[in-house]
Design a protein around this ligand. Sequence first.
Ligand code: ZN
Length: 340
Amino acid sequence: MESELARLRDEALAALDTCRDDADIEALRVRFLGRKGELTGVLRGIGELPVEQRRVIGETANQIKTLVEERIVALRTRWQEEQRARSLAAERIDITIPGNQRPYGSLHPLLQALDDTVAIFTAMGFEVARGPDIEDDYHNFAALNIPADHPAREMQDTFFIAPEVVLRTHTSPVQIRVMESRQPPLQIIVPGTVYRCDDDVTHSPMFVQLEGLMIGKDICFAHLKGVLTAFVHTMFGPDTPVRFRPSYFPFTEPSAEVDMGCVICGGRDTGCAVCKGSGWLEVLGSGMVHPNVFRAVGYDPEQVSGFAFGMGIDRISMLRYGIDDIRLFYQNDLRFLRQF
Ligand SMILES: [Zn+2]
């Protein structure tokens, strides 16, 4: 019996030494110490032994049972510690690794100039209106006092989609559409893309224009001067010189170009190449709305008056950032765009 116990002890300890995981340990625990386990069986059989053997064998068997139990507990603890160390190693976060750098984007210089221009006029009470890029001849020309035989049609090289259907050459048709659908007083601005057959350093076949219109009772040239001077001073600085120069547009009378002191040479007498020696740069066109335009939309020119203005946002952005080639805006060259 004693040799049987010694064999069981050696077998159990040897088997425990080969355990690789918790499942192995549990299988051996069941094999030796479970309800039907080998050691359990021996302990049960002690009662049938002669009395003189019971005490010695019982004591030995219990020692072996305790020994195996302790070994199992020790193995379990070691196994759990190893498990924990392994998962800590696997889940370790190295906070010294540099993060993923994402490139920063920025608004296109045209969008920046457009957003700022819109903000300046909306702060003065203008609301934003929009219209279609594809226009009919009537809204793009005829209603704006440019009848079919009018020489002013030669001033704008037009893209025709079909006879009587054009890509709008200016945002002014939106003035007509708004006046057709509403009654004065009106105070609107119209940002949008316009199209002309033109392509050189200062002209692009597609460019962004912003149109403005203020109609009401007793609106006069002083209002035009006040609003546009405020715009130039807000956009380019309060000390920027502004002048109004007589001009011609079919849809306004009288008409005026608005010039500002050259941003490059500061408007000195000698001037520079950008202002062609004049010290002045043209910013926008404007004028009092022509009575024929009011008649075209059913307004009474004796009852209402108003002014209109239009500017190229491309030009505003060029003046603001000192850019000398309009085509840079549309070439998507990141070396250019990253400067803004
Ligand atoms: Zn200059």
